[in-house]
Design a protein around this ligand. Structure first.
Ligand code: PMT
Length: 402
C-alpha cells in the first residue's frame, strides 16, 4: 500500500518564487496515494496560476475567503476539518508572521486557526529575512506550538544571495510528509550517523579535505528518523539543513569526529559511518600562514595517520550494529569485503565513486551492501531513496541478529 493512501492534504501556497515547484509537489504527493486540495494566497497567484494547480490536483483551488460559490463547494471550515495535514509551502516570511500572530484575514489564515490537522511549514525567503531576529522568534513560537518546520535549505537564491532560505526540494518535502505516516519500526532505537567530509588544517588558512557534500549521510539520518529512530548526526562542515529533531554534533577534523563518535556510539543501537574521513592529518599544523618564497619550489607536508573511527567503534566492548561505507574507484567489491572483515563491521556499503552521476556531491547514488553472508544491490536512484533502502536492510539484519 502507498504510504499516503487515504491521507487528505491541504497544500497552502503563499507568495514566493518557489511556488512554481508546487505542481510537481502535488503530483508526487498524489503518486504516494494522497488526495490534495490547494489553497492559494493572493500573492501566490502572482507566481503560479490556480488553473495549473487545479489541473494537477484534480480538485478546484480555493483562493478567497469571501466567495459564496466556493464556500458552498467546500468552505474554509469544511477544508480545515477535511485535512489530515495542512502543509504550507512555500511559506513566506509574511505568512509565517501572520500565522504566528493568528491573523485570519485570508482563507489560509482562517484554515490554520480552524484546523485540528497536523501543520507543517516549509519556509522560503531571502536568507537575510530568514535570519532576521523576528522571523527566528516566529519560527520558534510555531515550533513550540507543535508545528513542523521543514527547512529551509541552503544554496543560491533567486535574488542572487547565497544562504539559508531555499524551499526544500520536492523529493525532500515528499519524504517529510511520508515520514509523518511511515511505520515507526525503529522506535526506541538510537542511531548514530557520521556524515560529510573532515578538514585537516595545514595552517590557519588552509586544509586538506575531500568532495563529500554530506547528502548521503543526511539522507540516512532523515530515513532513520522517519522510521522512528532517535538520531544523532556527527557532521563535518556541509551546507545542508539539519533534519527536524535530529541531534546534530558539528565537527571539523577526524580527531574531533573520532572523539564524538566513540562517546555517542557507547549508547547507540546502530552506528553508520558515512563520513568521508581523512585517513591522514598534518603532523604539525603551522601556527602562521605558510609563506611562498622565491626559493621554496617544493613544499613537503608530513602527514600522520588518523584514528579509524568506524574500526574503533566496532572494537567497543558493547558495540552497536556497525555499518561502514567503502568509497572505491577500482576493485570495489574486493576492497569493500576487505574493509568489512578488517574493521570487524556488521555491514558495508560499497560505493563505486568512479562512476559519474553517483557518489561524492551527487544527488544520486548506487550501493552494494555486504554482510559476511549476504549481498543487496541498491541501483542508481536519489540519495533519499538509497537511504530508505539502506535503512530497511540495516533494520532487517539487526532483527535477524537479535
Ligand atoms: O557526502 P556525499 O557527497 O553525499 O557523498 C557520499 C559518500 C561518497 C561520501 C559516501 O557514500 C561514502 O562512500 N562514504 C565513505 C567515504 C570514505 O571515506 O570511504 P573509505 O573507503 O575511505 O572509508 C571506509 C569506511 O571507514 C567509511 O565508513 C569511513 O567513514 C570510515 N573511516 C575512514 C577513515 C577513518 N579515519 N575513519 C573512518 O571511520
Amino acid at each position: 500500500m502507498q504510504i499516503l493512501q487515504g491521507k487528505k492534504i491541504v497544500l497552502g501556497i503563499t507568495g514566493g518564487i518557489a511556488a512554481y515547484k508546487m505542481p510537481e509537489l502535488v503530483r508526487r504527493l498524489i503518486d504516494q496515494g494522497a488526495e490534495v486540495r490547494v489553497v492559494m494566497t493572493e500573492s501566490a497567484k502572482a507566481f503560479i496560476t490556480p488553473l495549473t494547480l487545479q489541473a494537477v490536483s484534480g480538485n478546484s483551488v480555493s483562493d478567497t475567503l469571501l466567495d459564496t460559490e466556493a464556500e458552498r463547494a467546500m468552505g474554509h471550515i469544511a477544508l480545515a476539518k477535511w485535512a489530515d495535514l495542512l502543509l504550507i509551502a512555500p511559506a513566506s516570511a509574511n505568512s509565517i508572521a501572520n500565522i504566528t500572530h493568528g491573523l485570519a484575514n485570508d482563507l489560509l489564515g482562517t484554515i490554520v486557526l480552524a484546523t485540528n490537522a497536523t501543520i507543517a511549514i516549509a519556509p522560503a525567503m531571502n536568507q537575510q529575512m530568514w535570519h532576521a531576529e523576528i522571523t527566528q522568534e516566529n519560527i520558534q513560537k510555531l515550533k513550540n506550538r507543535g508545528m513542523h518546520i521543514w527547512g529551509p535549505g541552503q544554496g543560491e537564491q533567486a535574488c542572487g544571495d547565497v544562504g539559508f532560505g531555499r524551499l526544500l526540494e520536492v523529493p525532500e518535502l515528499v519524504d517529510q510528509v511520508c515520514g509523518l505516516y511511515q511505520e515507526k519500526k525503529l522506535l526506541n532505537q538510537h542511531w548514530v550517523i557520521t556524515a560529510g567530509p573532515t578538514r585537516e588544517a595545514i595552517d590557519p588558512v588552509r586544509y586538506i579535505s575531500n568532495h563529500s557534500s554530506g547528502k548521503m549521510g543526511y539522507s540516512i539520518a532523515q530515513a532513520a528518523l522517519n522510521a522512528g529512530a532517535k538520531v544523532t548526526l556527527i557532521s563535518g562542515p556541509v551546507n545542508l539543513s539539519t533534519p527536524e529533531t535530529v541531534e546534530l554534533i558539528k565537527v571539523t577534523s577526524a580527531e574531533q569526529m573520532h572523539q564524538e563518535a566513540i562517546k555517542q556510539a557507547k549508547n547507540a543501537d546502530v552506528f553508520v559511518a558515512c563520513a568521508a574521513v581523512a585517513d591522514y592529518r598534518v603532523a604539525e599544523i603551522a601556527e602562521q600562514k605558510i609563506k611562498k618564497t622565491a626559493d621554496n619550489h617544493h613544499l613537503q607536508i608530513n602527514l600522520v595517520k588518523n584514528p579509524d573511527i568506524v574500526a574503533d567503534v566496532a572494537a567497543l566492548a558493547d558495540k552497536p550494529f556497525t555499518v561502514g561505507f567503502a568509497a572505491e574507484t577500482q576493485d570495489v567489491e574486493h576492497y569493500a569485503l576487505d574493509k568489512l572483515k578488517r574493521k570487524n563491521l556488521d555491514l558495508i556499503a560499497a560505493n563505486n565513486v568512479a562512476l559519474s552521476g553517483q557518489g561524492f556531491n551527487s544527488d544520486n547514488n548506487a550501493l552494494t551492501v555486504f554482510s559476511a553472508t549476504s549481498q543487496h544491490d541498491i541501483s542508481l536512484m536519489s540519495k533519499s531513496d538509497v537511504a530508505k533502502k539502506l535503512v530497511d536492510i540495516i533494520a532487517e539484519q539487526l532483527d535477524e541478529k537479535h
